[in-house]
Design a protein around this ligand. Structure first.
Ligand code: TYD
Length: 227
């Protein structure tokens, strides 16, 4: 029965990978089949987290160092989890989130040069038991992604954010770091080649999520119902 069990799906990847487009496609397809869907993003998604989003993406926190930024991302994440994600999963919704813990592992941990233990400890506190059932990593060469992101920026006359501005080498490192997470957590993470046509990517995304909807045994639901 649609909507009977909550599910938590996160989308990850570098700049210009098409996450937001694909999330919208997936939400549409799930809703058309009667599922209750919550679409959200990080940093942000809840009132407290949106306030922190502005501080992070404007670059206002950059001068205070990557450790401070990582803590702010974690603070925003915890607010988002407790105010929005956990209640939605408990209510049986399918939660689709644009970026989550893996972005912190990659952006702050790997390319921010923070110790993995520090990042993992922060994440544990931030998510407080809410682990994604499925993480879809949209993968494409950094150069392709950046060109797309810049075209999008020029079209909408939007200045690149604090993290988009960085060097090509940094973006390539991030790509490798996402692939590394995927190879270490193959149960949760699925890599999708984001150079494929939009419709083909959407079909693959749907396939992964439909597979989870069949047996409807989910990590996040187990976490919630344990309480
Ligand atoms: P956003 O405008 O949401 O763009 P995108 O389409 O790239 O997701 O910007 C979010 C930026 O914040 C993005 O450059 C990645 C960065 N980020 C981190 O560095 N750490 C995090 O934990 C998260 C969630 C995002």
């Amino acid at each position: 029965m649609p909507g009977a069990a909550g599910l938590f799906v996160t989308f990850e990847g570098g700049e210009g990978a098409g996450k937001s487009t694909q999330i919208r496609h997936l939400a549409e397809s799930l809703r058309a089949r009667g599922h209750d869907v919550l679409l959200t993003r990080e940093p942000g998604g809840s009132k407290g987290a949106e306030a922190v989003r502005h501080v992070l993406l404007s670059g206002a926190a950059e001068a205070f160092g990557t450790r401070m930024e990582a803590i702010l991302f974690a603070a925003a994440r915890n607010d988002h989890v407790e105010e929005l994600i956990r209640p939605a999963i408990s209510a049986g919704m399918i939660v689709l989130c644009d970026r989550f813990i893996d972005s912190s592992r990659v952006y702050q941990g790997v390319t921010g040069n923070l110790e993995p233990e520090f990042i993992e400890t922060l994440q544990r506190v931030a998510i407080n038991g809410i682990v994604p059932d499925c993480t879809l990593i949209l993968d494409l060469p950094a150069r392709t992604g950046l060109e797309r992101a810049r075209r999008r920026g020029a079209a909408g006359d939007v200045a690149p954010d604090r993290f988009e501005k960085e060097e090509m080498e940094t973006h390539e490192k991030r790509r490798e770091a996402f692939l590394d997470i995927a190879s270490r957590e193959p149960e949760r993470c699925h890599v999708i080649d984001a150079t494929q046509p939009e419709e083909q990517i959407a079909a693959l995304v749907r396939e992964h999520v439909d597979r989870l909807l069949e047996p409807k045994v989910t990590n996040s639901l187990a976490e919630v119902s344990d309480e």
